[in-house]
Design a protein around this ligand. Structure first.
Ligand SMILES: Cc1cc2nc3c(=O)[nH]c(=O)nc-3n(C[C@H](O)[C@H](O)[C@H](O)COP(=O)(O)OP(=O)(O)OC[C@H]3O[C@@H](n4cnc5c(N)ncnc54)[C@H](O)[C@@H]3O)c2cc1C
Length: 485
């Protein structure tokens, strides 16, 4: 086999377009594209929790299979191997006489540890940045000077007119030596049977670039929903309330640059308004958390977060009452319909709206006082759009140990229910126990008398805590910890 063969390592960038490592390697000569299913990433976490649940595994399996099909259509293939990339890739390179390894850098600490290990092998590394909308080299500051406030970051990049780089095309053709491609990942090897489709799911997420692009086309052009994104994005029930592109962005089936390019084309061809800007704004949040992860490394995953705050969190692995409350939260049985409906949607579909995520995360940390890392770990396993930086960044932020320097804030679940589900449609959709309650009454089953419960067929758990008392108690503990710093 020719020594000019190189390896292209696919990670959370499961696409052939806008993929600089693939394009560069293809220009350099023949290549072997590899995906490593690393058991460490899916094993139990240090908190003893599973790291992948059936929906997330399904979306991953579909996305890897779709990538293989895409590469084959270009004349290439995707080699799938099981094990640690830092062992598999050098061994594969030795077997085929490859010296160069092309790949995208990633922001997470585990991912960077693998890159460091690869740097100690004889492979010549060609690493590129392709996970964010803005290229890190184009930022008007060094990563260690990244502002600790999102607003400052945004203002800075906007003032300096930092623009996304152009979207790169897929290679025209790939030259790949004939090679044993290996078996695609299966749900069975994760220990799952294919999850059944829940008829209440309002959108079916299918992994892979083709499905991702179809979603982009539908949301922006066919349904024309970008026009009103800013007004509808907080909706929880409608499939087109927000773009719902996050699963494809998280696995890299879509690149943030191509989403942005499509938004810009829409602005030229249809309308430019607050909504079109707002989608760009949200993509900047995504970038921001990726850069925060690059700046803070392991801190993002530690209990004290970015601020080293030592709070007296309750730990489900050490305290039976905390375990009971945490399980109730995971199962969607807290007695707070807005929280429960969102948690059941997550379990059933692998997705939850941003509004839902903020509420359930606030409830877990600011009302139940449970260590935020347990919530983040539950999300990690369940979310089909799990992205280490976005997940842990948002959890830190909501738990009060991240980039939010405003005074202690908690979500008033009752008020949020009124504002974002005024007629109770969302909670009734996910909570069959409350179907007998009309309108906003569905949000307060705790106010019903026994007689009303019998009459309306309501069998619903009592609230785990008093919303305001629990928030006050947690706030007091938070303030003490902040003063002790
Ligand atoms: C506790 C918590 C955990 C989260 N975990 C994740 C996660 O693991 N993966 C993930 O992609 N998002 C995460 N988010 C952010 C956000 O909830 C989702 O990105 C969003 O709900 C996805 O829906 P959408 O694609 O319709 O978003 P849209 O509103 O259409 O936004 C467009 C895109 O912008 C990005 N985006 C929007 N809001 C955020 C945000 N707050 N942070 C980072 N990126 C954002 C996403 O890529 C999204 O697809 C989390 C938020 C919270 C509060």
């Amino acid at each position: 086999m020719s020594t000019s063969v190189s390896l292209v390592w696919f990670r959370n960038d499961l696409r052939t377009h806008d993929h600089e490592p693939l394009l560069r390697a293809a220009k350099a000569g023949p290549l072997v594209a590899v995906y490593c299913l690393d058991p460490r990433v899916y094993a139990r976490s240090s908190l003893g929790m599973s790291r992948i649940a059936p929906q997330r595994a399904r979306f991953l399996v579909e996305s890897v299979a779709a990538l293989r099909a895409e590469l084959r259509a270009l004349g290439g293939d995707l080699i799938v191997r099981r094990g640690a990339p830092e062992e598999i890739l050098p061994a594969l390179a030795a077997e085929i006489g490859a010296r160069a390894l092309y790949f995208h850098r990633e922001a997470g600490t585990e991912e960077r540890a693998v890159e460091d290990a690869l740097a100690r092998t004889p492979l010549a590394l060609h690493a590129f940045d392709g996970a964010s909308l803005l290229h890190p080299d184009d930022l008007p500051f060094e990563m260690h000077d990244l502002p600790d406030l999102f607003t400052r970051f945004r203002t800075w990049v906007e003032k300096q007119s930092v623009r996304p780089r152009d979207v790169l095309p897929a290679p025209d053709r790939l030259r790949t030596p004939v090679f044993d491609p290996g078996e695609l990942p299966t749900l069975e090897e994760f220990g799952f049977t294919p999850p059944t489709h829940d008829p209440r799911a309002t959108l079916v997420f299918v992994g892979g670039s083709t499905a991702g692009r179809a979603r982009l086309q539908h949301y922006i052009w066919d349904a024309d929903r970008l026009r009103t994104y800013k007004e509808t994005r907080n909706g929880m029930l409608g499939p087109d309330d927000s773009s719902r592109l996050s699963p494809w962005l998280a696995l890299g089936c879509l690149s943030p640059r191509e989403v942005c390019a499509e938004v810009q084309r829409y602005e030229r061809e249809r309308v430019r308004n607050d909504s079109t800007y707002w989608l760009f704004f949200e993509l900047l949040w995504r970038d921001y958390f990726h850069f925060v992860s690059a700046k803070y490394g392991a801190k993002l995953f530690r209990v004290g977060g970015l601020r080293d705050l030592r709070l007296p969190w309750r730990r489900p692995d050490r305290d039976a009452a905390a375990r009971r409350d945490f399980d109730a939260w995971c199962e969607g049985c807290t007695g707070f319909p807005l929280v429960d409906a969102n948690m059941r949607e997550l379990r059933a579909t692998g997705f939850m709206s941003n509004r839902g995520r903020q509420n359930v995360a606030s409830f877990l940390t600011k009302n139940l006082g449970i260590d935020w890392r347990f919530g983040a770990a539950w999300f990690e396993a369940q979310l089909i759009d799990y992205d280490a930086a976005s997940n842990y960044g948002n959890w830190c932020y909501t738990a009060g140990v991240g980039n939010d320097t405003r005074a202690y804030r908690f979500f008033n679940i009752y008020k949020q229910s009124e504002d974002y589900d005024p007629h109770g449609d969302y909670v009734r959709h996910w909570l069959p126990e409350l179907r007998g309650l009309r309108g906003a009454r569905a949000h307060r089953p705790d106010l019903l008398t026994l007689e009303e419960c019998r009459r309306d067929g309501v069998a619903y758990p009592e609230p785990l805590v008093d919303l305001f008392e629990s928030a006050r108690a947690n706030e007091a503990a938070y303030r003490r910890a902040a003063e002790l710093r």
